[in-house]
Design a protein around this ligand. Structure first.
Ligand code: GRF
Length: 201
């Protein structure tokens, strides 16, 4: 299976997918391309070091967000990608892109959705004062972090946590969960019915 990883930032999830999937020849999962909307994203350096093609597609070079998404869609097709993996990609897709790749886009989010969607999940978690947070892997639909949930893992929130300490604890779980889900997807063991996802053991 070929995947595209989209990342806007540091790319620790990308690095983990490179190590656990791309370089493990028994997995048969190839990261065919890494796409970023930010030219300085460290994720691009990680891709370069791993010999994975990198593409920078910046929204300011397009008339509107639909055209920007279309440029991404074109790259996805050029690289013949089966699954689009968002790993810290900070832009929202417009509905036509979501329709075109329905059930072929997944995202990882640093909270137990539907609690704390959006770009500031860890800060929102701490501000609310919940005692358990976690990580969610979900399909992407037209909403903000509202797509069908594939897998979740819980993470405790401790007194005295700040954004950095909680996010680090969450990322440990992210780095376990994301490759597991992608392997299951490649094995066609993830079945989706309406808003419910069943994963076959
Ligand atoms: C992760 O915490 C993920 O849940 C969120 O963005 C962050 C990306 O981190 N969507 P990294 O760039 O992979 O380190």
């Amino acid at each position: 299976m070929k995947i595209a990883v989209l990342a806007s930032g540091s790319g620790t999830n990308l690095q983990n997918l490179i190590t656990q999937l791309h370089t493990d020849k028994n997995c048969h999962i190839e990261i065919a391309v890494v796409i970023s909307d930010r030219k300085n994203a460290y994720a691009l350096q990680r891709a370069k070091h791993a010999g994975i093609p990198q593409e920078i597609i910046r929204s300011q070079h397009f008339r509107d967000r639909v055209e920007f998404d279309n440029a991404i869609a074109k790259k996805i097709q050029d690289y013949d990608v089966d699954l689009i993996v968002l790993a810290g990609y900070m832009k929202l897709f417009q509905p036509p892109f979501v329709r075109q790749f329905r059930n072929r886009i997944i995202n990882i989010h640093p909270s137990l959705l539907p609690a704390f969607p959006g770009a500031n999940a860890v800060a929102d978690t701490l501000a609310y004062g919940v005692k358990v947070s976690g990580v969610t892997v979900h399909f992407v639909d037209e909403g903000v972090d509202t797509g069908p949930i594939i897998a979740q893992a819980a993470v405790p929130v401790y007194d005295g946590d700040d954004e950095e300490t909680l996010h680090q604890r969450i990322q440990i779980e992210e780095h376990k969960l994301y490759p597991e889900v992608i392997k299951k997807y490649a094995q066609e063991k993830i079945k989706i019915q309406d808003h419910n996802v069943v994963t076959i053991k």
